[in-house]
Design a protein around this ligand. Structure first.
Ligand code: CA
Length: 222
């Protein structure tokens, strides 16, 4: 999952990014409204965290422009504490949730996970398909009848993306868009490396290769 974090308070932005990286999200940063609007339109994100008080263009204006141009990416806004009118304006402009500053990073994480779950239409902290269950809190993958196995970093991001799209072939570029940050996207062979690592751990049938098209979640049930 790839998140755009728009926040002009840079130490705060870096702190949030570190926590979200650990939770398995790729995070791109933007520190100003004009730049954020462009990034939100040009790149693929699973969610945008948008501070409303930004230099060069307010977050509210940015959000209105995205929605007017048909950009439906879920947006969680960060508002000033006690500013009920900012929250109302943000929700009216098409925000999916809000959080007042200052906040606990745990609450931000819980809220953005809830927004993503609602957006994908699943209710629990688990993603299941064809005998596979991924716990998105513990980042453990279970196969029927065996103990949960801990996934790490990119393995987890890749598995979550496949389980969110169980019936679709995902191209290599779509996979890199969702699981890497920009500076790491140079080498598309990295996807192959992680596909192979997961197959070594869970069996070759876990991920199907569709030659020339990409990868799809496999079926490991007998
Ligand atoms: Ca601000």
């Amino acid at each position: 999952m790839r998140i755009l974090l728009v926040e002009d308070d840079q130490p705060l932005a870096l702190g949030i990014k570190a926590v979200l990286n650990k939770a398995g999200y790729a995070v791109e940063l933007s520190h100003d409204g004009f730049d954020a609007e462009f990034m939100g339109n040009e790149e693929t994100f699973d969610l945008i965290v948008l501070d409303l008080g930004l230099p060069s263009r307010s977050g509210l204006e940015v959000l209105q422009h995205w929605r007017e141009s048909g950009n439906e990416t879920p947006v969680l806004i960060l508002t000033a504490r006690d500013s009920w009118n900012e929250r109302v304006d943000g929700l009216k402009a098409g925000a999916d949730d809000y959080l007042g500053k200052p906040f606990h990073i745990e609450e931000l994480q819980a809220r953005l996970e809830a927004v993503i779950r609602r957006h994908h239409g699943y209710a629990e902290n688990t993603l299941s398909h064809a005998g596979l269950t991924l716990n998105t809190d513990s980042q453990q993958l279970s196969t029927k009848g065996s103990d949960p196995v801990q996934l790490k970093g990119i393995e987890y991001r890749l598995m979550r993306l496949l389980l969110l799209n169980p019936d679709r072939i995902l191209s290599k570029s779509e996979i890199t868009d969702h699981i890497y940050e920009e500076e790491l996207q140079r080498d598309s062979n990295v996807v192959e490396v992680y596909v192979n690592k997961l197959r070594q751990r869970f069996g070759k049938a876990l991920i199907e290769t569709h030659r020339g098209q990409g990868y799809k979640l496999g079926c490991i049930e007998p």
